[in-house]
Design a binder for this molecule. Structure first.
Ligand code: BGC
Length: 390
């Protein structure tokens, strides 16, 4: 059965600067990779050299039939020293925006995707003095290159940032991701303030729609655990989703689903179908995420799927997963949920935050020669984009 999507539905793929560019020397993550090497954290190194090869990446996306590219600009490059903004780096990202436009791709720009300048980290990161003002000042500079960009994301997955940085509190040499726990509430509050400041800046300086993207957990409740479920749901998600009621849209990012019992989130049990992230194979998670988001945010804020995908070495499974996710999405839209687009994570097999093994890409990359090798899933999803139908 053919299931078509609304006119002007946006089809694209997403990436993040630190995961693909290479040599992001001035960032907290570069430092973390060096410090945490003993914990088995792998370095990003040259990564995919997309800093230089972005045009090739965008062309592959456009030629496959997609109409949008979500990427992030790197604060650590744009402001290598506090208050000193690099005109050359801003011009670099402006060229990326114009290249996307020239190739027929809508550029969709994230201001902050997990990384920040080393000097910001050394001042205490999000809990340091003046953190919100520093982010606001960076956002003002970023706006100088955003002409013609229709969609801007302030902070990617603030809930996950609050989780990661909460775990790092007092121990910068530890693992980048805590083993368990919940997002740090205090860091979360700062991120909310930073987001609100950046939204005002973007609204004043550009014509873009502005919002942020939430790492949706698609949590479900074991009967009897309703109280804990509500608590965890708020800490992980709703605190951040509620903020979006004042935004132009909300970005939903969904990969898997987990249950909550009276002790909290139940870790993914080992299973042969688990993805290379160790996550349960749950294409239906996207439907749960979208429905929950609508429940919290309401009907007035449109939804954009800003990330969805699967870490697998088997491209046929990626296609099967994405078919399931898009079917669940279309079902949710049939129920009246206003979804404006779908951006697959990810365009490329990239640096998965300390690991190279979990491959999410529609395109494989030879990390010695940097040669790009499109997988069948690129053409397959590009065909769906072209037909605007599943
Ligand atoms: C992040 C991406 C990441 C992906 C898969 C999201 O949390 O925004 O940077 O690669 O999930 O883990």
């Amino acid at each position: 059965m053919t299931r078509s999507f609304p006119d002007n539905f946006i089809w694209g793929a997403a990436t993040a600067a630190h995961q693909i560019e290479g040599n992001n020397l001035n960032s907290d993550w570069w430092q973390l990779e060096q410090l945490a090497a003993d914990h088995g954290v792998q370095p990003s190194g040259d990564s995919l050299d997309s800093y230089h090869r972005y045009e090739e990446d965008m062309r592959l996306l456009a030629d496959a039939g997609f109409g949008a590219y979500r990427f992030s600009i790197e604060w650590a490059r744009i402001e290598p020293v506090p208050g000193a903004f690099s005109r050359a780096e801003l011009a670099h990202y402006r060229r990326m925006i114009e290249t996307a436009q020239r190739l027929g791709l809508k550029p969709m720009v994230t201001l902050h995707h997990f990384t920040h300048p080393l000097w910001f980290e050394e001042r205490g990161g999000w809990l340091g003095e003046g953190a919100v003002d520093a982010f606001k000042r960076y956002a003002e500079q970023a706006c100088t290159i955003l002409g013609g960009v229709e969609w801007v994301f302030t902070i990617n997955e603030p809930n996950v940032v609050a989780f990661m940085h909460g775990g790092r509190r007092g121990d910068t040499q530890g693992k980048p991701f805590p083993e368990n726990g919940v997002p740090d509430d205090e860091i979360g509050d700062v991120l909310i303030a930073a987001h609100r400041a950046a939204v005002s800046v973007v609204r004043a300086a550009t014509g873009a729609k502005v919002g942020w993207t939430i790492g949706n957990q698609a949590l479900t409740c074991i009967p009897g655990a309703e109280k804990k479920y509500a608590e965890v749901q708020y800490q992980w998600e709703d605190k951040y989703l509620e903020v979006s009621r004042d935004d132009d849209f909300i970005g939903v990012q969904s990969y898997t689903s987990q249950q909550v019992d009276e002790k909290g989130i139940i870790p993914h049990p080992p299973h042969p179908d688990n993805t290379l992230m160790g996550w349960a194979y749950r294409p239906d998670a996207l439907g749960i995420a979208v429905r929950h988001t609508r429940e919290v945010v309401g009907d007035d804020v449109p939804i954009l799927i800003t990330e969805n995908g699967m870490a697998t070495a088997d491209d046929e499974r990626r296609i099967a997963y994405t078919t399931g996710a898009l079917t669940a999405l279309r079902d949710a839209m049939d129920d009246g949920i206003d979804v404006r687009g779908y951006l697959h994570w990810s365009l490329l097999d990239n640096f998965e935050w300390g690991r190279w093994e979990p491959t999410f890409g529609l395109i494989a990359v030879d990390r010695e020669t940097f040669e790009r090798h499109p997988k069948p899933s690129l053409g397959w999803l590009g065909g769906i984009a072209r037909n605007n139908a599943l």
